[in-house]
Design a protein around this ligand. Structure first.
Ligand code: M6P
Ligand code: ZN
Length: 190
């Protein structure tokens, strides 16, 4: 492989040489929101774009470091903020780092045993996802929340566990403030 450089625009999250890796709309992640009535009501109006990911085409194998930017748009479904699907790594002992670039949000983490943490993210904050922790990012602000992520090339994404179990905690807007509450659907199969 040849070494390479890329330009990352901190304001938009776009990496000049990178492709758009994915775009997720509400219909792609309806099982992720706790308030199913709010999901269905929102989908009768439109199908909002929740987040986009830009990344470079690197081999997904041991020894590589993959990286991408994520742009989560502002909004809520019911009172739950727009967020990523969230995942464990398929190889559970693989870690990840995030760097906040624009906007504000939270990194929500959880273990299989039901432990949960929420870390505030904003420009210049680096957060660390240790091995064995599932992770999801959430936009709690009024502008796009943008961050850079880097993780081992062989980590892989396990979405199915989160799709069926959910996270132990939810971040919701209460009195205009981001508030962490217990997830009433945790471990209840969707
Ligand atoms: C971060 C990284 C990516 C991930 C993306 C979107 O940028 O963790 O690996 O794909 O967020 O999150 P998700 O895959 O959970 O939808
Ligand atoms: Zn990850």
């Amino acid at each position: 492989m040849e070494p390479f450089a890329a330009a990352l625009d901190f304001k938009t999250g776009i990496i000049d040489s990178a492709q758009q890796r994915l775009q997720r709309r509400l219909s792609d992640m309806r099982a992720m929101y706790a308030d199913r009535d709010a999901v269905e009501a929102a989908l009768t109006r439109d199908n909002p774009l929740i987040y986009e990911v830009y990344g470079t085409d690197l081999p997904e194998r041991e020894g590589q470091v993959l990286y991408c930017t994520t742009i989560i748009y502002p909004g809520t479904i019911g009172d739950e903020y727009y967020m990523t699907k969230g995942h464990f790594h398929a190889l559970r002992d693989r870690a990840e780092i995030y760097l906040g670039l624009a906007g504000e949000g939270y990194l929500l983490l959880a273990t299989d045993a039901g432990d949960a943490r929420a870390l505030k993210m904003e420009p210049g904050i680096v957060t660390y996802v240790p091995p064995y922790w599932a992770h999801r990012t959430i936009n709690c602000g009024d502008v796009p929340f943008i961050f850079l992520a880097a993780w081992p090339g062989d980590a892989g994404h396990d979405y199915a566990t989160i799709e069926t179990m959910g996270f132990p905690k939810l971040l919701v807007r209460r009195g205009g403030q981001p508030t962490l509450i217990d997830n009433p659907r945790y471990r209840v199969s969707s």
